[in-house]
Write a protein that binds this ligand. Structure first.
Ligand SMILES: Cc1cc2nc3c(=O)[nH]c(=O)nc-3n(C[C@H](O)[C@H](O)[C@H](O)COP(=O)(O)OP(=O)(O)OC[C@H]3O[C@@H](n4cnc5c(N)ncnc54)[C@H](O)[C@@H]3O)c2cc1C
Length: 158
């Protein structure tokens, strides 16, 4: 019985983590952009002028938007079909959003240089605490394996 209750709360619990991670992504993204435009390398040249930094900003924006849409899709299905029937979508957002968050925070730290690994910004704390996101509430590998098995079941019946 206790296990059944614990399992039941995990679906809605996981989407809550994902929504929180999107908030962290947005904050890390803002810090990354602010740092890029403010860090001068030479007269009139900032980090924002470097293509690698531009790539990180563009990739981060795309990944955050994609994660947000996947989370909204899962939320809609939880609302309309219940958490049980949304198991696949919950697995997808759990491992996808956790990795997006890790990528975005990592890039933001890199753009901050040594400052990024101090506690003068929130980034190092995000990095320390949120690395666990790929492990708790089902390790990424377990979600991927479960999702793949669900998908493959539909092919076996052909
Ligand atoms: C910050 C934090 C908070 C937590 N909160 C809770 C909580 O509130 N309640 C709770 O019950 N637990 C909680 N946990 C425990 C968490 O659920 C476990 O750490 C997690 O299930 C992994 O188990 P483990 O640490 O024993 O690692 P292991 O089971 O030894 O797994 C280690 C690694 O092996 C791989 N692996 C494991 N199983 C498979 C598989 N089937 N297929 C492929 N690869 C696999 C994964 O990469 C995994 O990360 C928390 C953990 C952390 C870090």
């Amino acid at each position: 019985m206790d296990f059944a209750i614990a399992q039941k709360r995990l679906g809605p619990g996981r989407i809550h983590h994902c929504m929180r991670w999107i908030g962290m992504c947005e904050r890390a993204f803002n810090l990354m952009c602010e740092r890029a435009v403010s860090r001068e390398l030479a007269d009139g040249q900032t980090l924002a002028d470097k293509q690698t930094i531009q790539n990180w900003i563009a990739e981060s924006r795309a990944e955050i938007n994609a994660a947000r849409l996947l989370i909204k899709d899962a939320a809609f299905k939880i609302d309309t079909q219940g958490a049980y029937k949304t198991r696949n979508e919950i697995s997808i957002i759990k491992f996808y959003a956790a990795n997006v968050m890790q990528n975005v925070v990592d890039r933001a730290i890199q753009v901050h240089g040594a400052l990024g690994i101090t506690d003068d910004t929130i980034l190092a704390a995000y990095y320390r605490h949120e690395r666990a996101s790929r492990i708790y509430d089902g390790a990424d590998e377990v979600h991927k394996s479960r999702l793949a098995r669900q998908i493959l079941k539909t092919y076996k019946s052909i």
